[in-house]
Design a protein around this ligand. Structure first.
Ligand code: HEC
Length: 193
């Protein structure tokens, strides 16, 4: 089951009507975010698979290195959303989590340790940041067969390892096994302008 924690800051909490409106707002935002996550994750996976097929994992490192941020930027652009990926074990320090994402990742790790599947781990909330209401949603990404080519242990070839070492000297995103949470999609949107 997918659980979305709802933390809604309401001026008049306890009144039925605003609470209902807030629920509607949450549902609409969660739906919109899921659509964006689908385009981001889907496009990325397609590009990654095509690149691995065309030239092996070494060739595909470029997709993650250059194309992933581009896809994230193009999905974000014009949508009013900030779309990205993060992790508890980062390859690229630029993907470091914001406070909401870090807290969600910590919670997901505990829940994973308690037996929940990464596919079921998601968290959404409206929080107040710098006087503005900001919607955040974070969803765990499981490690799949494709991923261990570049995030696994022994599966990673010497050639891939050399390229990764060159691009990411502080790489922490190795040693994952299939099924484990590799990281998260993280999306946010400022609601008050
Ligand atoms: C061809 C090698 C390759 C494959 C295959 C690959 N990744 Fe990555 N991954 C990378 C690289 C390189 C980065 C760093 C991207 C950047 O610089 O933003 C990365 C970054 C990430 C990040 C962002 C957080 C961080 O650590 O910087 C996540 C999450 C992630 N990968 C998950 C996955 C998942 C899930 C799969 C399988 C569906 C996968 N990766 C497959 C090479 C790969």
């Amino acid at each position: 089951m997918r659980r979305f924690a709802m933390v809604v800051a309401l001026g008049c909490a306890g009144l039925a009507a605003p609470a209902l409106a807030a629920d509607d707002e949450m549902t609409a935002l969660v739906d919109e975010a899921k659509g964006l996550m689908g385009s981001f994750g889907g496009t990325l996976k397609d590009e990654l698979m095509a690149a691995v097929k065309a030239g092996g994992p070494v060739n595909a490192i470029g997709v993650c290195n250059e194309v992933a941020p581009e896809i994230a930027a193009s999905v974000s652009e014009g949508s009013g959303w900030n779309v990205g990926r993060s992790s508890h074990r980062l390859r690229n320090p630029d993907n470091a989590p914001d406070a909401f994402t870090a807290a969600a990742i910590a919670e997901f790790l505990e829940r994973e340790a308690a037996g929940e599947k990464p596919d079921d781990l998601a968290k959404a909330a409206i929080v107040e940041e710098d006087g503005k209401r900001v919607f955040h949603i974070v969803k765990a990404i499981p490690t799949g067969d494709l991923c261990v080519n570049c995030h696994g242990g022994d599966e990673v070839t010497a050639e891939v390892e050399a390229k990764l070492a060159q691009l990411y000297p502080d790489d922490e995103a190795r040693g994952f096994s299939v099924g484990q949470m590799r990281g998260v999609f993280t999306l946010s949107k400022v609601l008050d302008d």
